[in-house]
Design a protein around this ligand. Structure first.
Ligand code: AR6
Length: 169
């Protein structure tokens, strides 16, 4: 059984085995939580991301997939980068958002991570409504077949925290 914990705050301050990053396909950084992780984690993360671009992901990391790097100076062993879908009103991309959570947990299992912190993927710059993003996140983690013992959703603001709390209760 995986336990779900909710925290309101900055994911870069968490002590866990793996921190999930809501990245973009370039893997070369950006704003939001991605920017915060690279800022606090330092250049070692970007260096590994560059190597991944030069080797396995020449065309970028596809939406819905996940890949791990060092966590650099974060209080974690790994950062798992995943690319959420941009929200669309004309196309249902929920399966891709669910895939981000599932694939991140699969990578966590490969690494042997037992505690994993997730942000609310796609609910910032990518525009996903936070209530629906929370529903997909919680449903997918609950249904996942994983050895991860604790999933900690780290929500930056109160609205996101409340959206997740409504789903976990
Ligand atoms: N800790 C926890 N959550 C955070 C933090 C933080 N330090 N900073 C922001 N959030 P976003 P996306 C929340 O925009 O929507 C980047 O440029 C934020 O409030 O970070 O998946 C990437 O490079 C929101 O609830 O990610 C991509 O280009 C959630 O994290 C693009 O943004 C996700 O917001 C990805 O967009």
């Amino acid at each position: 059984m995986t336990t779900i914990e909710l925290v309101q705050g900055d994911i870069t301050r968490e002590s866990v085995d793996a921190v999930v990053n809501a990245a973009n396909s370039s893997l070369l950084g950006g704003g939001g939580v991605d920017g915060a992780i690279h800022r606090r984690g330092g250049p070692a993360i970007l260096e590994e991301c560059r190597k991944l671009r030069a080797s396995r992901y020449g065309k970028g990391l596809p939406t819905g997939q996940a890949v791990a790097t060092t966590a650099g100076d974060l209080d974690a062993r790994w950062v798992i980068h995943t690319v959420g879908p941009v929200f669309s009103t004309t196309e249902d991309r929920s399966a891709l958002l669910a895939s981000c959570y599932r694939e991140s947990l699969r990578v966590a299992d490969e690494l042997g991570a037992r505690t994993v912190a997730f942000p609310a993927i796609s609910t910032g710059i990518y525009g996903w409504p936070v209530d629906d993003g929370a529903r997909i996140a919680v449903e997918t983690v609950r249904a996942a077949d994983t050895a991860v013992e604790e999933v900690r959703f780290v929500l930056f603001d109160e609205q996101a925290y409340e959206a997740f709390a409504d789903r976990v209760r």
